[in-house]
Structures are given as C-alpha cells and as structure tokens.
Design a protein around this ligand. Structure first.
Ligand code: BZD
Length: 791
C-alpha cells in the first residue's frame, strides 16, 4: 500500500467512521482514522488464518490469562503490516505529526507486570509463527492504576481509564455471549449433578485481531466483558424485589471493572475468584462450541484443543471442563478428568508461598458449589491412584490452586532453567516424584518486533545493514553480528545509536520531570514492579553509600551515573510503598547536592508502563537485575535490556543465569549469593546484623536513613524499611550488600574503557537472540501443545 493509498483510506475513515472532515479533525480523530485504516489491512490475514485453520481442522491453542499487558497496538501493527514509511508520509501529508498520533493511543495496561507482558509477547509470536491460537482474558474497564507521586514522594493511585475513548481495535461480538453463574445449589441427578446458580452474568466477547510479523497470520485476542442478564432483572423487579433486581447488575458491573493489583482483603478475594471463574468458564464454553461446530466426538477433544493456563488464575478450568463434559455432556467422570487433563497445560510463574493461590474451602463451596465437589472427587481419585502421596489439593480448609493445576495438567512448565529446577525441588517436589515427566522448562522470551525493531529503530537499522533482512523473525541470526563487532566503525555506530537514544531520553526526562540529566553519564536502570524480593532498596542503599563516598572523595574516579527507577507497588503493599517513598526522597536530597551533581543523579519518572519501557530500555547502559537468588522466576526485562545493548549487573536468579551463559561470564557483572547460599544464610538468625556490622558503608547508609536525612529530620519515617533490614531481612539485602557494592565498582572501571564497554554491549545484542519469544513459543508448540505451525 502506497502512502497515497493509505492517505485515501485515512480520509475515508475520517469522513465515514469519525464523521469529520480533515479541517476539523482532532489528533484523536486522526489516530482513530489511521487505526481503522490499518485495522482494515489486518482483517485480510485474520480471515485467511481463520479459514485456513477451519480448512485444516487444525488443533488450536487457547491461552487463558487474567492479564494481557499489550500496551499500545498501533505502531506495532503498522510495523507488522509493513506500512511504517507509508503511514508516516500519509499522516505528515495530512498535516499531523506522526509521533504525536502514535502517542495519542492509550497504553492498555490490562496486566500487572511480567506475567501479563509475557502473554502479550506470546500473542505476537503465535501470530508470527502461524500458530492457530486465541488469547482469552478479561476486558477490564480499568487496567492497572495510574501512579503519581505526592509532594512528599508517596505513591498515589488513581483509576486508569483506557476505554474512555472508543477502542479502535476491537470488534464487539454481541452474538458470542455466555451466561456464567455463581453460588446456588447442586442437585443429584443420576450419575451426575445439576447446578442451579443463584446469580448469573453474561460474558460478552470483544475481539482484537493480533497480526504477526509481515502480516502473514493473525490470531484473536478475545476479552470478556461482564453484563447483567436483563431477563433475570425484570423477573425480580416484577416481584417487587428491587434490590434483588439491581444486584446482578451491580455484580456484572464489578466483575470486569478492575484489574486486581493485589488481593489482600477478604472481600476482594471473593470478587477475584468470581473474575477467574467468569473468564475461564466463558472461554471454555466458547472452546467447546467451536469444537462442536467441527466435531462430534468429545473424546477427540485433546487432539484439537490445547488450553494453557497462565499461572493458577484460570485453574478452575480443570474442574469446570470436567463439569461441562460430565454433568452437561454425560461423559463418564474419570474419562472427563482424563480428557480435561489431556487438553490442559499449566505455567508456574512463582515459588513464593504467599503468591501461590489458595481459596478457603467455604468460599469455594459458596461461590462454586459444584466445582468444590468436583475438586474433592479429583483429589480423592488422585489419592486412590497414588496411595503413597501426602500432598492433596484440599488441605486445612483451603483449596490449593497450584496442586489442582498440577494434577489437572498434562504438562507443567517453569519459565527459566533455574526456576524449573526449583519447581521440581521445592513447591511440587512430591507431585514431581509421582509424575516425573510432567514438569518441563520453557524459558521466557520477548518479541523482537516490539522490543528491538519498534523500540530501537536505530539499532534495528544497524542490524539490518550488518546482517541483512530477516532477523526479526529469526532472532538467532543476531550471532552474525559478532564478526562485525571487531570493527571500530561498527562499534562507533553502535555507540552513536546508544548515545542518540540517551539524548532523546534525557530530553524527555528534562521535559517531564524538570531534572537535567547528562546524556554522557551512565544510565543505570531498574524498572519493574516494586517488591521486596526485587530489592529496589538494595539499589537505593548503594546509591546513598555511593553519594557519601563521592562527597568524601570527589576525585576518586567515579563514573558519572544517572540512576533511573520505574515501577508501581500494589496499593496494599506497605513495605514496597515505603521503598518508593524513600527513593523519591533520596532523589530529592541527592539531586539538590551541587557538589555531586555531575556524578550522580537519581530519577524516578512516575507511572511506569509498557510505553515508558520502550523509551527507557534502548537508552540504558546498565540493567539492574538484582533479585534475591531463587525468587525471580525468570524476568523478561532482563532480556530486553541485553538485546538492546545494556550490560547486566545481577544475581544468579531466573533467566539471568541463561543470559550470563550466553553473553559470557566475563561480560556480566555478577554478585551475591546463589539460591542455595541464600537458604543457608537464612539459617543464621542474625545474618543481617552481622552483615551490617561488617560493612561500614551499609551501616552508614542505614544510619543516614535513620538520622532523618531524607525525611526532614523525622527519624521514624522509614523505620519499617530499616528495622526490617536490621532484624528479619528475609530477602538478604544486607548479606549481599558488599558484593553488590564491589560489582558496581567493577562497573565503574569498565565504564571508563568506553570502547570495550561498547564491544560488550554489542556482544549482548549479538548473543541474546535466543531470547526471542518465537523460540519460547516453538518450545510450547513442540513440547506442550503438540501443534504444528500453519505457515
Ligand atoms: O512472571 C512474573 C515473574 O515474577 C517473573 O519472574 C516472570 O518473568 C514473569 C513471566 O513469567 N510474575 C508476575 O508478573 N506475576 C504477576 O504479575 C501476578 C499477577 C497477579 C497475581 C499474582 C502474580
């Protein structure tokens, strides 16, 4: 499509879809018209893919995820259909700034962090690879909250409103709607049971086409919105029960209203369970409907259907599928369990006990009475089959969704090599012994279309010039860059691209935050959700110590640094919010110190999201991956940084291990205890006190916080953080501090060998092509889903 043709298509949509002529078109009108013109281009591969899948009666993949952190779609879609240049020219020709039009799109934050972003990268890769697939999730009215900082530096959460303007990508499907019930009673009926829910809502489908690289294939992201059942309303109303009549409407409205940022309250819990059942049940009904339109023999279900549960959030899929097969379609119970298991896969994303979902049995029985019975029957069946087992799904009055998912899945996967081994050895040790072939590893990946080509066009251009076209969907080809890294000319270009990205970021920080940053300084970046295990407080403690040392010894050859933080804390996570507050106040004090101004700046732009990540990552020199070993399942930001030529300072945790193996130990700033050593360390009750006593820098940094230096003299302000460090320090910040400090000084020394730094940065890019999510999805397709690509 030429720029002129696209221009005509945009004008047509301006006129007929937006009802505007060019002279009166707003930025929003232009963005919508461009979106619709591009969407038109996506329809053709979308239909083609659907027809080809039907024609081949291919097995389909159903990726069930509570979260899809897709961010903006327009730029990505334009790139995938190969219209970037035409679109730029057409929009410019119509008198609009192309970047401004792209920036007008809301960032769809229908996820919290890595888990949701992984689902979005997987959608991209499944479409790129021609894997017939549907993403199923919830169309939250409000995605992850918007973060701002109060004048005192505390996090403030406000509702995010991505649907305020009409959503240009989606198609509403009123015909694809299912009634989803809750509560009520179960009556025995012969060998099965009849569940009569007490209340119900409608799940209505909204479809977004997801086009793959070069527009060869497109899949569907189907998100469910909750709506009230009108007929039910009227009945209650006519009986004079007005409150009762309003109840389903209220329930319906709350179910798809907000994405859960945490689940710390009991009331919140019930809603979350309902959300989980709501989207899982609607998706399963849709899957069975589609299957029934092509096949009649339900025992063949697993040859046509692969359902992936993204964490335990859709774990109710096991019992619900059994219920649909047994209660509603008459399949014998054990066969229904076998059939369901043959369809289901489960991805584990965490080992942390507090993050493993458990539901009170009473709550489960109240919200999903029939499912509770089925879960008990599955549990009993498993116990009969494995009499030696001691774990069970229902224990101490709780339903353990991890165990349920494991038992109901034919494959269980971890998300990095280390994590998968820990899954085998810890959370699921006993189940693994009973089912030794069930756990497999699928190391995470990221889409190179968005995270290299889209986010870093300069680097993408250099890659294409050096190794030719076609690396975008064969990222392993980045190794072909390696010979060029020996050339001074290549290294200079590589360095110049990084420098340009840094100038752009410095300008943005200047405009957005009013903080001048030196683009020649090292950009040292930690962006991720705030959590104690991710240890942003280790980073800020080192920052305080560094500031003190620079003040004491200004001429000791410090590498000038800009420390950049980004990320949100769950609104109920008090400690994480205190760390955010501390970082903002440390930034305030350090940035005001004229004596260290040239050497150290701390910036923390609010409301970190996918779009901000696209801006920060290509401009980063140093990637902070400093979690307590054994706690970060994989990480995916770590991969994005490496691909974009940042060096990593990190622990042996998650996929850091694999990054280090690939880029070479000599090109990675390793520090800290191993996962085993952390476990050992915790056995010494006063490990933190000992570490503080041994480290004068750590001691001084903690004391400085306690002196009120960052809290207008208020000595108690950060007691939550400092007391925890001094006493409990479960995440071993203190024990790892000196090792981290030393690694940072190695970073300083490396920074002064600038050409060598650039060489290592380029090696990071050249050697991390393996982290393409295409490789990950190929793994899932071969090992778990048993689906062949259609292109
Ligand atoms: O999943 C993350 C892990 O912490 C990362 O290590 C890993 O790389 C990614 C992808 O595998 N987990 C999450 O992001 N988890 C959540 O966001 C979440 C959301 C709701 C409830 C519980 C966890």
């Amino acid at each position: 499509m030429s720029a002129t043709e696209l221009r005509d298509a945009i004008l047509k949509h301006l006129e007929y879809s937006q009802g505007k002529d060019l002279a009166h078109a707003s930025l929003y009108d232009m963005r919508m018209a461009l979106t619709l013109a591009i969407r038109d281009k996506v329809i053709e591969p979308w239909f083609r893919a659907t027809r080809a899948t039907y024609a081949a009666q291919s097995k389909r993949v159903y990726y069930l995820s509570m979260e899809f952190l897709i961010g903006r779609l327009l730029e990505d879609a334009i790139m995938n259909v190969g219209l970037t240049e035409s679109a730029r020219e057409a929009v410019l020709g119509l008198g609009f700034d192309f970047e401004a039009v792209l920036n007008d799109e809301p960032d769809a934050a229908l996820g919290n962090g890595g888990l949701g972003r992984l689902a979005a990268c997987f959608l991209d890769s499944m479409s790129t690879l021609g894997c017939p697939a549907y993403g199923y999730g919830i169309r939250y009215e409000h995605g992850l909250f918007r973060q701002s900082f109060g004048p005192d530096g505390r996090q403030i959460e406000t509702a995010e409103d991505w649907l305020r303007q009409s959503h240009g990508w989606e198609f509403e499907r009123p015909e694809a709607a299912f009634r989803i019930g809750f509560g009520g009673t179960v009556a025995e009926s012969g060998r099965s049971a009849v569940w009569t829910p007490e209340s119900a809502v409608m799940a209505k489908a909204y479809d977004t086409p997801i086009v793959g690289w070069q527009g060869k294939w497109a899949n569907t992201l189907r998100l469910w919105g909750a709506e009230p059942l009108r007929a039910f309303d009227l009945n209650a109303f006519n009986k004079g029960d007005f409150t009762g009549a309003a109840a389903p409407e209220a329930l319906a409205r709350t179910i798809s209203r907000v994405l859960y940022p945490d689940d710390t309250t009991a009331q919140g819990k019930e809603l979350r369970l309902k959300q989980e059942f709501f989207f899982t049940a609607a998706s399963l009904r849709d899957i069975l409907r589609r299957f029934a339109s092509e096949h009649s023999d339900l025992s063949a279900l697993s040859s046509r259907v692969a359902i992936q549960m993204n964490d335990t959030h859709p774990a109710i899929a096991g019992p619900e599928l059994v219920r649909l097969l047994h209660d509603e379609r008459g399949m014998e119970f054990d066969k229904a369990v076998e059939t369901a298991r043959a369809c289901l896969g489960y991805t584990n994303h965490t080992l942390m006990p507090e993050a493993l979902e458990r539901w009170p049995e009473t709550l489960m029985a109240q919200v999903l009475p029939r499912h509770m019975q089925i879960i008990e029957r599955i549990d009993a069946g498993h116990a009969r089959q494995y009499p030696s087992r001691t774990v069970s799904i229902v224990e101490n009055g709780e339903v353990k969704m991890g165990e349920l998912s494991f038992i109901m899945a034919n494959k269980v996967n971890g998300v990095s090599a280390l994590h998968t081994e820990l899954v085998k050895d810890t959370v699921f040790a006993e189940l693994h012994a009973l089912h030794p072939d069930r756990i497999v590893n699928e190391t995470n990946g990221v889409t190179p279309r968005r995270w290299v080509k889209g986010a870093n066009p300069g680097l993408a251009g250099l890659i294409t010039e050096t190794i030719g076209e076609g690396w975008e969907d064969h990222l392993e080809r980045l190794v072909e860059l390696e010979p060029a890294i020996g050339d001074q000319g290549f290294r200079d270009r590589f360095a110049a691209i990084k420098a340009e990205n840094k100038v752009a970021l410095a300008n943005w920080i200047g405009t957005e935050m009013g903080i001048p940053v030196n683009p020649d300084a090292m950009f040292d970046v930690q962006i991720k959700r705030f959590h104690e295990y991710k240890r942003q407080h280790l980073n800020i403690l080192e920052t305080i110590a560094l500031w003190q040392e620079i003040r004491a010894n200004p001429d000791a050859g410090w590498a000038p640094r800009v420390k950049i933080f980004g990320g949100k804390a769950a609104p109920g996570y008090v400690m994480a919010k205190e760390i955010i507050h501390l970082i903002n106040n440390v930034a305030r004090i350090i940035n005001a110190d004229k004596t260290t101004r040239e050497l150290l700046t701390v910036v923390y732009p609010p409301n970190y999201n996918v779009t901000m990540a696209e801006r920060l990552i290509p401009a980063s020199d140093l990637s902070e991956q400093i979690s307590t070993a054994g706690k970060e399942a994989s990480g995916t930001g770590n991969m994005k940084f490496s691909l974009n030529g940042a060096l990593t300072i990190g622990t042996l945790d998650g996929a850091n291990v694999e990054i280090r193996d690939l880029v070479g130990a000599e090109n990675f700033f390793l520090f800290g205890m191993t996962a085993d050593e952390v476990v050992e360390c915790r056995k010494t009750p006063d490990h933190a006190a000992r570490a503080i006593a041994q480290s004068k820098r750590l001691k001084a940094a903690i004391e400085m916080i306690e002196s009120g230096a960052f809290s207008h003299g208020d000595k108690a302000m950060y007691r939550g953080v400092t007391q925890n460090l001094r006493t409990h320090d479960y995440f071993t910040v203190c024990a790892d501090f000196d090792s981290y400090w030393d690694a940072q000084r190695r970073v300083d020394r490396a920074w002064f060998q600038r050409d060598d730094w650039t060489r290592i940065a380029a090696l990071n890019t050249a050697r991390t092509g393996w982290f393409s999510s295409d490789r990950t999805i190929k793994g899932y397709m071969a090992d778990i889903w048993k689906v062949a690509p259609m292109i």
